[in-house]
Ligand binder design. Sequence first.
Ligand code: B1H
Length: 823
Amino acid sequence: MTNQQGLDYTARPGSTVSGHELANQISQELRLGQEVEPSQATSAQVYKASAAVVRRQMVEAWQRGQSQMVQGHTRAVGYLSAEYLLGKQLPNALLNTGLEAPFQQAMQELGFEPDDIFAAEREPGLGNGGLGRLAACYIDSLSSEGVPAFGYGIRYQYGIFEQAFDQEGRQRELADTWLEEGEPWGFENFGRARRVSFGGSVVAEGDRRTWQPDWAVKAVPVDYMVPGYASGRVNTLRLWEAKAYQEFDLATFNQSDYIGAVVPKVKAETISKVLYPEDSTPQGKELRLEQQYFFVAASLADAIATFYPGEREPDLTTLPSKICFQLNDTHPVIGIPELMRLLMDEHGYGWDEAWSITTRVFNYTCHTLLPEALEEWPAQLIAHLLPRHWEIIQEIDRRFVADLQARQVSDEQIDRMRIVTKADQPKVRMAYLATVGGSYVNGVAELHSQLLKDVTLKDFSALFPEKFTNVTNGVTPRRFVRLANPRLSALISEGLGSDAWLSDLEQLKGLEALADDPSFVDKFIEVKRANKADFVAFAQRKYGFEIDPDTMFDSMIKRLHEYKRQSLKILAVIAQYAAVKSGQVDPRSLVPRTVIFGAKAAPGYAMAKETIQLINNVARVVNNDPQVAGALSVRFPWNYNIELAEHLIPATELDEQISQAGKEASGTGNMKFALNGSLTVGTLDGANVEIRSRVGADNFFLFGMQVEDVDRLYSEGYDPRAYYEADPRLKAAIDMVASGSFSEGERSTYRNLVEDWLSKDYFMTLADFSAYMDIQSEIDEAYRDQRGWARKAIINVANSGFFSSDRAVKDYLERIWHTGPQE
Ligand code: B1H
């Protein structure tokens, strides 16, 4: 049996193993690997044994894929990303390798509940949010499409912090100790370790310049298998771990300086110690630049060693036919001068040849529109840490400026476009370096790519229009529909007559006709009802929440950031509450809602943390007020992560995508919700625009200002206080916050927030408030017609097939990578 790419379905690794055989292998692994009798084993032990067995099932396909890649003629893809937000591995590996049913049988035979086994896995949270999850979706789709590919990144010892809330509702951050009991998926591949150097100086030897670094660390790859869904292909996710060459200094130790003896080890290991918890705003810290260079340098050297094995003088002019590298945002952009250095200093190529190779292998994806989020490194820092790279960057800049001059570009425009800014303390603009040093630049949704061309990278797109393209983001339907929502998946397969939609998501279109089939609508309603009941049980178990399943589940889950406007949502909740308290609204007239938030704030982001505190305290007050009981409740499960997303998204009925127009590059939660049958209330921002145009205006709750309105209001001079004065609902809500209703009478608790709303409100929350309140009544009315709502939700599912990461990866293959499945 073959699919469209001519790949062999029956080549699913492991698909020939029976449940009984799998049970035997797991028992064997428990006995020999962990020295425990299966009947005595804990869930954690069974999990570990299962992972080892499943991993072994994939080895053959993995090795086959590797050698086909090295010997074949298909250009591979190297995805360079500082983040991979993977989520749990076991259920995904079982699904993709066709071992789901055998595993169920095996667990039955051994007397374990699969869900208990899955629960024992700690999710690797090696990413902050959308950008890291996107990388995880793309490596899944690359394998599923049969494309030879590597994911390259960092194996942080501590991933995204674990979030807790204190008594006052404030966020507390705890270390994510995901590795404390080991982890069964990664294979430490010591044989492929690389030396990565830092510091020192550059010396001239004849006409050659060589870098003499003064310290180095050992980069050890930890390899994760990435099995494609039903493709038979298993790619590699290679995450680098930093180790010291000198683990321990015996001479120092012998002088009784026991701490001093391990200083080099600590310094080296710090590089891969912890993920920076920023999101959409970079941290200009030296350690972060060390992390970036560390993983990129190791990855480029690794790729060359992979494709030119054992060759002392490889012909690297063929590199662009072997592999291309995708720069996931600016974080890996130091790879451009690094490849130039490798080619010139280590392999003897001249500038022009090296530049020709480099610009053909790199491409850059930009994920932001916030100017403050574009990374700029102080030249001084680069010069200090990577002196040779600093020289190369200056030379790239010098040649680029000369090229602009030759094109008669004005001096003023040249200054705007320089890679190295002209200032006393110059900076290196990494987005510009990526644009100049690669072939293509893409944004992550139509609107975003357009704004990149019109605003952020305008000068570049005017001069080099052929470089600019769009690839709208996508999400993997395996994890986010099939695994997260098995009930809906079964219904879809029943409706479409097969499960082929899982590797060809546009087939969901076939459900559209069923939106008018009363029995299908009934089943769809039943699926949502059952998913809500599951979430209620999960939230009770995990958080101790008592959620009424007969309320509308209204969710807003994403990083906490001012531009995303969690403030708008909480102000609307407060306004509704205030209206009930003042007797203006009869709570029985409202559609009962459970408003659910999930959000982490960057630890140093004061305004975001104050918003978290406010949401928690609004929840405390509202949930304990009998006057609104049954009509309104607010829940804020802490530590939002992939697991929580997988439980909440299938149960959600209304999802909130309410960022200020022109600020959210794409969003991917919006896609996951639409695919799981929620309706969106949203602005015309990011991928919302494309979702709405696909599902139809009738099936999307649009509100608020558009990009042009925002621009106009800024230029006219925005006065948030005028909006506060004009809408009594808004005034009541803000007054309630300011007067201490959510801080036990203390008026200073939310002072920063209140002051910001009334005087700055950079993201125009107040200006969009009235429109947002007004659409709530429309939403309530639509929800009262449960069958009508379900119909709209089905139409959302049916028209969201475009948002598969398989489609996104195919767009990259066609528009940017110019390659395809392994031949
Ligand atoms: C996105 C980031 C990001 N954009 C800096 N930018 C980071 C920037 O650690 N840092 O310094 C981390 C993350 N993340 C998100 O990418 C966008 O905000 C979303 O709109 C988009 O959907 C997602 C994937 O493209």
